[in-house]
Design a protein around this ligand. Structure first.
Ligand SMILES: *[C@@H]1O[C@H](CO)[C@@H](O)[C@H](O)[C@H]1NC(C)=O
Ligand SMILES: *[C@@H]1O[C@H](CO)[C@@H](O)[C@H](O)[C@H]1NC(C)=O
Ligand SMILES: *[C@@H]1O[C@H](CO)[C@@H](O)[C@H](O)[C@H]1NC(C)=O
Length: 222
């Protein structure tokens, strides 16, 4: 039987050394209402807001909104990421929960998908008078790669492998679905087979992990 070698990529990385929230889009800020927070593009359907604070403003009917020149739409969903002894979990929030105030919260905001609309702004608005209290401009060009996830022991390296000379320079996150492994080395002719695996935790679990596809080799379109 053919033995498979699983590159223990994520086992060797300590993500706490560079917490990755997504691609940074900008900040929400308005001192009058105690609003602050950093907004990230987490994936195609979600924004993530880190260190989000806002005063309690019960009278304003606040919502997260997306808009372009002609239209606006409330967020398709709002969630809070909370910690517990068992780990992080996600709680769905009700409409209007922004009005109660937050202090250094971590939120997920679902992006409304409407045909032929590219949102140009995102922020917190009052439904009453439709006015942004804090907003940021969404520019395509602001979607820059995240650089870099480096090894906690050696910041000039990404993966430092145990076998077959596996190694990379610090890892670049290109988008929500793609990572770049610069200076990738692997004595590929020696082991029986090799895969890049992504998963959570310190050991690679074939059942819960996912085999990554290599662009140009495993994907038909590139
Ligand atoms: C975005 O991330 C959420 C949470 O991890 C996940 O449920 C959702 O399927 C993702 N969406 C896309 C388009 O990748
Ligand atoms: C949306 O765009 C497509 C192609 O770009 C077009 O065929 C369609 O008529 C548009 N729909 C609306 C509602 O404007
Ligand atoms: C806060 O928001 C209000 C309402 O949009 C606006 O008039 C005011 O200029 C903002 N203040 C700051 C500091 O951004």
């Amino acid at each position: 039987m053919k033995e498979e070698l699983f590159l223990t990529i994520f086992a060797l990385l300590n993500f706490a050394s560079a917490e990755y929230y997504g691609i940074k889009l900008g900040k929400l800020k308005n001192d009058t209402y105690g609003i602050s927070g950093a907004v990230y593009f987490a994936n195609e359907s979600l924004f993530q807001i880190v260190d989000f604070s806002i005063d309690s403003l019960p009278d304003l009917e606040l919502r997260f909104f997306f808009s372009d020149a002609e239209s606006s739409h409330p967020a398709a969903g709002l969630y809070q990421i909370l910690s517990s002894p068992g780990g992080e979990y996600t709680k769905k929030l009700k409409k209007g929960s922004v009005e109660a105030g937050f202090s250094n919260a971590r939120l997920l905001v679902a992006i409304p998908k409407l045909p032929n609309i590219t949102w140009t702004h995102f922020g917190i608005a009052t439904q009453k008078s439709w006015k942004y209290l804090a907003a940021l401009k969404l520019k395509k060009s602001s979607l820059k790669p995240f650089c870099c996830i480096s090894n906690p022991q050696t910041s000039s390296r990404g993966i430092i492998g145990k076998h077959y000379q596996v190694g990379t320079a610090p890892i670049v996150v290109l988008d929500s679905r793609t990572i770049l492994l610069p200076s990738f080395s692997f004595k590929g002719t020696s082991p029986p087979d090799g895969w890049v695996y992504a998963g959570i935790g310190k050991t690679i679990d074939q059942n819960t992990g996912l085999k990554a596809m290599v662009l140009g080799r495993d994907t038909p379109e590139r």
